[in-house]
Ligand binder design. Structure first.
Ligand code: HEC
Ligand code: HEC
Ligand code: HEC
Ligand code: HEC
Length: 229
């Protein structure tokens, strides 16, 4: 009898141990949000920014953009000047179909088919997200009134601009960041002066152990299985 109890207790201890281990490994990934891969921001297109970024209070970014040079960058490829430049550069056919020109004249041209959202068209030229980064998470968070930080938007710097404003452009003019930024300014009125420093994406909460628990499967089996034999 004693022996049976001892065995039972022993088994119980083992089982508890296993259960503990199991709980531990589960505990490594306590909340589902950090367990899954960080959601990746996707492109949504300038038209999707309009719903929030076109009020006077916000600074009418959409309107300013749509009347500015970048929204017209695709259309600009249809001008006489463009045709002449294209010819000179050895482009066959329309510059509006030439990757060589489009790469700086349209956001969509730089994305893969899968990345291009419905609301983004070649014709929209250089859209918001070329300078600000993909906006899907930002849109979601803002709809829920959370902060803009860590949502995939990127700080816009001179480096962003000179990716296109450089000597590879057949019409290149010396690029002066301060001047050029002023020329396309679309800051929020109330915000002038209250500059923020970039967006510090919060580091992922990573636990010491590297348990990349495969999504779901096996969990329940293990649970019932661990003490059953
Ligand atoms: C659901 C509403 C909503 C949508 C859609 C939205 N935004 Fe915003 N966005 C906001 C709000 C609110 C702020 C905060 C403004 C403030 O500082 O008061 C903001 C701030 C920003 C900022 C400044 C971020 C910072 O750190 O200061 C940028 C840049 C921006 N949005 C770009 C975009 C772009 C580009 C799109 C479209 C791809 C977009 N937004 C779509 C609501 C939205
Ligand atoms: C490296 C990026 C880049 C490439 C490649 C490029 N462009 Fe441009 N393009 C620009 C920039 C930036 C401007 C604004 C003026 C400047 O060059 O500083 C511009 C301006 C223009 C303008 C003047 C638009 C206006 O409203 O005055 C025309 C026309 C033009 N490009 C045609 C072309 C053609 C045709 C090609 C292909 C043969 C081409 N571009 C390739 C970046 C580029
Ligand atoms: C994806 C390429 C691209 C990026 C990135 C880009 N631009 Fe442009 N930009 C263009 C093209 C193309 C034109 C010419 C469009 C036209 O005139 O129709 C242009 C035109 C302009 C113009 C008016 C023409 C001129 O040269 O004076 C200004 C100002 C300007 N950009 C400022 C900026 C600033 C500031 C940044 C960075 C914050 C920037 N751009 C980033 C492609 C780009
Ligand atoms: C050619 C690049 C370029 C494009 C295209 C562009 N922006 Fe910007 N945006 C900038 C720059 C540069 C700033 C100023 C950043 C700074 O001063 O910190 C800015 C600032 C902003 C801000 C912050 C305003 C503030 O007061 O803090 C918002 C919001 C914004 N842009 C939204 C948009 C939206 C929405 C679109 C499209 C409809 C767009 N931008 C298109 C370059 C761009």
């Amino acid at each position: 009898m004693k022996r049976i109890t001892a065995v039972t207790v022993g088994l119980l201890v083992v089982c508890l141990g296993l259960a503990y281990c199991w709980a531990q490994s589960e505990g490594d990934t306590p909340d589902k949000a950090t367990k899954k891969e960080e959601p990746k921001a996707e492109y949504i297109g300038a038209a999707s920014c309009k719903m929030c970024h076109n009020t006077t209070k916000m600074g009418k970014q959409y309107k300013v953009w749509s009347e500015g040079p970048h929204a017209k960058a695709f259309a600009a490829l249809a001008s006489e000047e463009a045709l002449a430049l294209a010819k000179k550069a050895g482009v066959k056919g329309s510059p509006q179909e030439a990757a060589q020109c489009l790469k700086c004249h349209s956001t969509a041209a730089g994305l893969t088919k899968a990345e291009i959202p419905k609301k983004m068209k070649l014709e929209n030229g250089v859209e918001c997200e070329t300078c600000h980064g993909p906006g899907s998470l930002h849109k979601k968070m803002m709809a829920k009134k959370k902060g803009a930080e860590g949502t995939g938007l990127v700080a816009t710097t001179e480096k962003t601009c000179v990716g296109c404003h450089n000597e590879e452009s057949p019409t290149y003019k010396k690029f002066e960041y301060a001047k050029a930024t002023a020329a396309i300014a679309h800051l929020k009125p109330a915000k002038a002066g209250a500059e923020k420093t970039g967006s510090e994406a919060k580091p992922k909460e990573t636990s010491g152990k590297e348990t990349t628990t495969e999504k779901g499967n096996g969990d329940t089996e293990e649970k019932s299985g661990s003490c059953s034999h």
